[in-house]
Write a protein that binds this ligand. Sequence first.
Ligand code: KG4
Ligand code: ZN
Length: 336
Amino acid sequence: MIVLGIESSCDDTSAAVIRDGVLLSNVLAGQDVHRLYGGVIPELASRAHQQNIIPVTHRALAAAGLQPRDIDVIAFTRGPGLMGSLLVGASFAKGLSLATGAPLVDVNHLHGHILSHFIDLPGKALPHPAFPFLCLLASGGHSQLIIARSFVDFEIIGQTIDDAAGEAFDKCAKVMGLPYPGGPVIDRLAAAGNPQAFRFAHPRAGGLDYSFSGLKTSFLYFLRDQTAQHPGFIAQHTNDLCASLQYTIIEILMRNLVKAAEQTGIREIAVAGGVSANSGLRRRLSEEGAARNWNVYLPELRFTTDNAAMIAITGYCLFKAGRRTALDVAPAARMD
Ligand code: KG4
Ligand code: ZN
């Protein structure tokens, strides 16, 4: 079964082709225009998707050696995300479905991040977590702890009550004058810094929920106080600031993950979402996994941030479970 995946929920336009769960191509067009503004500008994102979606899909099909008529199923991101961006991908998927006769399957973007662990490569099966597994999903828009019981059965057992982990990286990077998106930049600079140099607030939200807005505020006030006394403070201490901030975010993420693993007794532990690209978090998970006898699943880096391969694999799983989506389905900026 050949599945074409389309992803356009935020600022990356992506198309991917999967045959029976094996990735044949995964093409992505990023949008540098947002760097000028230090964050994603929704109107510019939809315009760029509009420009990119056809060439990106052409390239994905060509790289897989296929024609549009070869597609068996078209999977697209229905939400959550930016409405204008989602509309481009959904409308394109519907048009292609009408033109080719291939059925549509709508995918929840977060579902896609979690099932990115089930993508295989040609001639190389990747490790797949066994059900039930715990997934820490940390991205620019979400921070959740999820029990995945099957390809279609998920329970959210903890989530952020304010900012997401990726948002904390991005907002704190902006305060330091670093470019958007801040997560990868902080990751790189943190490697040369001391994670114990500074201490910031570790907000608690209760239960297995997360909270990051207190950390952002504590970081902002700390920098404001320090620069009032030493104007060059940020430039002189960038690496240590990045390392300490990254350390704090990882501590917050790990505390509830450990708690969730203890409470549920689940030892199959996966991470997903853009923040799972973070080298410190990956290292910490591997160490914690070895100490606690967990089986830890770290997605390949290209499957951590937004991509259509994860949408295609999810569409494949959903289609096999009987999901069919009607042409009148509307994108949804928010989804349960
Ligand atoms: O999953 P994703 O591509 O988009 C959303 O669904 O939100 O995640 C993007 C987020 C951004 O906040 C970005 O800063 C963060 O993932 N991110 C990272 C790293 N790479 C991406 N955060 C920390 N370390 C990284 N290496
Ligand atoms: Zn995402």
